[in-house]
Design a protein around this ligand. Sequence first.
Ligand SMILES: [Zn+2]
Length: 432
Amino acid sequence: MRFTNMFIPTLRETPSDAEAVSHKLMLRAGYVRQLAAGLYMYLPLGWRVMAKINAILKEEMDAIGAQEISLPVLHPAELWQQTGRWDEIKEEMFRLKDRGGRDMCLGMTHEEVMTYLASREIRSYRQLPQSWYQIQTKLRDEARPKSGILRTREFIMKDSYSFDADEAGLDKSYELHAKAYHRIFQRCGLEFYQVQSDPGMMGGKGAHEFMAPSPAGEDEAVLCVSCGYAANVELAGSISPGERFKAEPHDIHAAKTGDGCPKCGAALKIERCIEIGNIFKLGTKYSLPMKAFYLTEDGSERPLIMGSYGIGPARIAAAAIEQSHDGDGMIWPASIAPFDAEIIPLNIKDENTAKTAEALYNALNEAGIETLMDDRDERAGVKFKDADLIGIPKQVIIGERNLKEGLVEVKDRRTKEALKVKPDEVLKAFKS
Ligand SMILES: [Zn+2]
């Protein structure tokens, strides 16, 4: 894409209402704009990052045999009444009536709808296991939306749900998801921990959260560097895609730095984190009240054993920025960057510069390198500032002086190391 054809409204000033680094940079670099409290508009660069993350989510979900489906955002109240959550959940749920006066709500999670579907369609053990997922909009009337796209009232989520015949099946589905989550966060270039969260209040057998260390996070992880034990500081917090909003203050002891590790006794450390995913063994919590039963081989009726698994792609994007930036702007991991490379012709009016830039732009795109070219008639300083701000991993700088020697500069956004190469060696320079 050419800069002159794209909508990249960068800002020189840091917006005063933004606190988290990711929030400030996303606004400054023209990735997002706010519509109202907790409601964000993704602009072209921001949406390209989301598309990259979602593609990774899909690949890894498909790889463990999960199947993508799509469910409505608008739900009839009856399903939520069956599980009791219509009354349990308070102001966080957006509720409305349709023209016939029927109670409806906007989905903050999809356990009820997924279980409804399974209850109607899964009849026999022969159809099990099943694993279904969607990447879709959720709504939650947060009391205090903040930190940009980290805590919003409307957000996109990858949520998957597993249906098994028994506990052993659930263990397997759960383990498959845990491993897929590791691959997803690794591929997205994040530093993260898998930590234990509280299974007790759900009556289930296991729950884990995935935490990306960052000062902008709202959670805290307890870590033991000696044995690798990791848990949420308050084991009662932030549980399944659906249960977070139910968490109330519990009389659970919160760990402190220096406390002894429950496994090995070494001193624990506490780290502030962004929760980027969670996995939960639901068991029969939803299948029993919603009568999602299947027939076993001997003809008896049993409830489906369920798991649910959530990831917020916007949180991955924000965590990536939090973990990877400098004073000049974002530094995207290559896998989720909006583009792979940016060509920066310093003086687009110079004929030789423009010709070289155009040839390189075509060559890189043809080689499958997604390339942005800053073809604006702007001062070099403006282009450098914007390039560092939007954080595309590789920059190709074309200046008249180097060009006289037949060279262009390939610069790494992270290390700021620059290499002078011939234009036809740029691809090779990327690889090294
Ligand atoms: Zn330990």
